[in-house]
Design a protein around this ligand. Structure first.
Ligand code: EPU
Length: 421
């Protein structure tokens, strides 16, 4: 077990460089199994979810070489396994992408149900609906999903998702890329990582159009060939550093970002009083004085991301006036961190899908527990802004998704260290 010790009260100052996007990496790395040849994937974040995923792929027969600066080379020529290691699969959420990949490459899969951050009930019925529409015979138990070709074989189809789901959109894209015929996903998710996956697959020879809109079309191809691809910067990691700069009253240049992906976040921070300057691939945030209250409702992209709910909540906790934060993707997400923030002096009333946050000008150090990745990041931000010392426990959640967090924050002047218990 390890925890962070955060000594708060220092405004963040300096430059931070954002890593490759976790949620793009966890889709693109398994997608390399669809490729007949060698993929060179750059800007892969070194985080625990990626390390687990690479172990799973290796166990399935992929040859993996890691180079410096986040480059991973994957040769999946010898992959033969359709039954990835269940214990590893259960350690993370995005391992469910192996279902789509294996269905697409081998026409069958036996994959344990995924684990990962458990902040809400996270059904996969839309993934299953997609696989079935593509012609798979699906057996789902409490432990695993088994996919086999149905009586009419596997082929493209039109699928309208009942809810906008990142995971289902990705999984259907993965499954359909090598199937005969055309697949159309309606009511698809539009997140930047969906576009990134489509760009990766198209670079390797796929024929995917419409990614980033609510209709994605996949014309099946017989084969993908190897190539080189660089993963986009992480929207949520960048948003987390922007929120940390705002909460501590800092002045930070956040480099290696796509400002367009950040608009939903920067516009709210501006509304709260932060000064934002956009450059081609960087954003400067400066925050003098106390922020003001605001209203945020999380929505699928291009709306305000649910994965920034907890971090913006810390900004609201420290702002003047009463803010309203409404969650429309995962209703129970507040329970991962609000009581912890309250133990640091926050005033948050949860009323169904909405948190009413009454601002305070001071938070106080406390011992708090991370219950999921973004909740953990928010507690670190609260610790950086608080008076005194905060200990954040359960940091394995945070390490799922933030590369070199301590190093990056320390370079910005934060007093934070990892303590191994
Ligand atoms: N949903 C269903 N049925 C499904 C799939 C989803 O009802 O079959 C519902 C969910 O319950 C939720 C909504 O649809 O209410 C959206 O879920 P989605 O499928 O989009 O979420 P996900 O693919 O499981 C990804 C990210 C999450 C992020 C969500 C929403 C990855 C690996 N994970 O999860 O990221 O919160 O999209 O944007 O891409 C994180 O990075 O901390 C994280 C949790």
């Amino acid at each position: 077990m390890a925890r962070y010790e955060v000594i708060g009260g220092t405004p963040l100052n300096g430059t931070v460089t954002i890593s490759g996007a976790k949620n793009a990496a966890v889709a693109i790395l398994p997608a390399a199994l669809l490729v007949d040849g060698v993929c060179r994937i750059e800007n892969v974040p070194d985080i625990s979810d990626v390390r687990i995923l690479l172990s799973i792929l290796e166990g399935m027969g992929a040859k993996i070489t890691k180079e410096d600066c986040g480059t991973v080379i994957i040769d999946s020529t010898d992959v033969h396994c359709t039954n990835p290691d269940a214990e590893l699969v259960k350690k993370m959420r995005a391992s469910y992408y192996l279902m789509g990949v294996l269905l697409g490459r081998f026409g069958k899969a036996h994959v344990a149900l995924p684990g990962g951050c458990n902040f809400a009930s996270r059904p996969i019925d839309q993934h299953i609906k997609g696989f079935a529409a593509l012609g798979a015979d699906v057996e789902e138990t409490d432990d695993y999903v088994e996919l086999n070709p149905g009586p009419d074989g596997l082929q493209g189809n039109r699928i309208s998702l009942d809810v906008v789901s990142v995971g289902a959109t990705v999984n259907i894209m993965l499954a359909a890329t090598l199937l005969p015929g055309q697949t159309v996903i309606e009511n698809a998710a539009k997140e930047p990582h969906i576009v990134d996956l489509a760009n990766f697959l198209n670079t390797m020879g796929a024929r995917i159009s419409g990614a980033g809109t609510d209709t994605v079309k996949i014309k099946g191809v017989e084969q993908l060939q190897g190539g080189t691809y660089a993963i986009i910067p992480d929207q949520i990691e960048a948003g987390t550093y922007l929120a940390a700069a705002a909460a501590t009253g800092g002045n930070v240049l956040v480099k290696n970002v796509i400002p367009k992906h950040m608009e939903c976040i920067t516009s709210k921070l501006e509304e709260m009083g932060a000064q934002i300057i956009n450059y081609d691939d960087a954003i400067r945030i400066r925050c003098d004085g106390r922020m003001q209250h605001t209203t945020v409702k999380t929505r699928p992209y291009p709306g305000f991301p649910t994965d920034m709910q907890a971090q913006i909540c810390v900004c609201m906790v420290l702002a003047s006036g009463v803010s309203r934060l409404t969650e429309s993707v995962y209703e129970t997400r507040f329970f991962g961190y609000c009581s912890e923030l309250e133990s640091m002096g926050a005033d948050i009333q949860i009323n169904g899908k909405t948190a009413i946050v009454t601002g305070t000008d001071k938070l106080y150090g406390a011992t708090v527990t991370a219950r999921d990745l973004r909740a953990g990041a928010a507690l670190v931000i609260a610790g950086l802004a608080a008076q005194g010392t905060t200990f954040v426990k359960n940091i394995h959640y945070v390490e799922r998704g933030y590369e070199r967090l301590i190093e990056k924050l320390t370079a910005l002047g934060a007093q934070i260290r990892r303590i191994e218990d």
